[in-house]
Write a protein that binds this ligand. Structure first.
Ligand code: MD6
Ligand code: FE
Length: 200
């Protein structure tokens, strides 16, 4: 990671988390939101936990280089090839972060009932101490962080704004879990992209 602006760092131990609220200008972010909504092949996937099958509480999509195969929540994802809007955003993120990515997981939260459960992005495909860059569009949602160590009461919370960039690196995935809780508030649809690097 070439960005080490300590003023943008989230102050949580055993983590490297940077949050750039104004990564994209409002108009740019509006344009990306519309294009992503329309030009991504959104899917309603199912997930099986202890033999029971549920619909995922959000729409998802997976794009990337052909070799970037990834297992997530028990589902093996084969990437769709990059499209124009994704390549343009990938280049923006890579230039800013100073790292390269070969795939992206997209999530569309249709309303406040859509959510992402507690997890760490610590799958072996991502390697040790992965850098993950996350761009958000649309409705603001709370992004919560808690240590894997259940005895540790420390908590983190970031309001992920339209056009913002969140970067996680270092040992963040080793020590922390994160998630997007449901909300009873009226919230606009939200799109999130997490750029990752698999293999290598
Ligand atoms: C979301 N984000 O913002 C879900 N993971 O909708 C993530 O799960 C995430 O934002 C790793 C790094 C950054 C993230
Ligand atoms: Fe994640």
């Amino acid at each position: 990671m070439s960005i080490k602006r300590e003023d943008m760092r989230i102050n949580l131990p055993k983590s490297e988390i940077f949050y750039y609220e104004d990564f994209l200008a409002k108009q740019e972010a509006d344009d990306y939101f519309e294009r992503l909504k329309n030009e991504i092949a959104w899917e309603e996937k199912e997930i099986t936990i202890f033999g029971k099958t549920y619909k995922m509480p959000r729409l998802t999509a997976w794009y990337g280089d052909a070799e970037a195969i990834y297992t997530y929540s028990g589902v093996t994802n084969y990437p769709k090839p990059w499209n124009e809007v994704l390549l343009s955003l990938k280049e923006r993120v890579e230039n800013f972060v100073g790292a390269s990515f070969n795939c992206v997981l997209l999530n569309l939260y249709r309303n406040g009932r859509d959510s992402m459960g507690w997890h760490s992005d610590d799958e072996k495909e991502l390697g040790e101490n992965p850098i993950i860059a996350s761009v958000s569009f649309g409705g603001e949602r709370r992004f919560l962080l808690k240590p894997k160590d259940k005895k540790n009461p420390t908590r983190g919370e970031i309001l992920l704004r339209h056009g913002s960039l969140l970067v996680m690196g270092g040992e963040t995935q080793k020590y922390w879990q994160h998630g997007i809780p449901k909300t009873a508030k009226a919230v606009a649809p939200r799109i999130n992209l997490t750029f990752r690097y698999i293999g290598g």
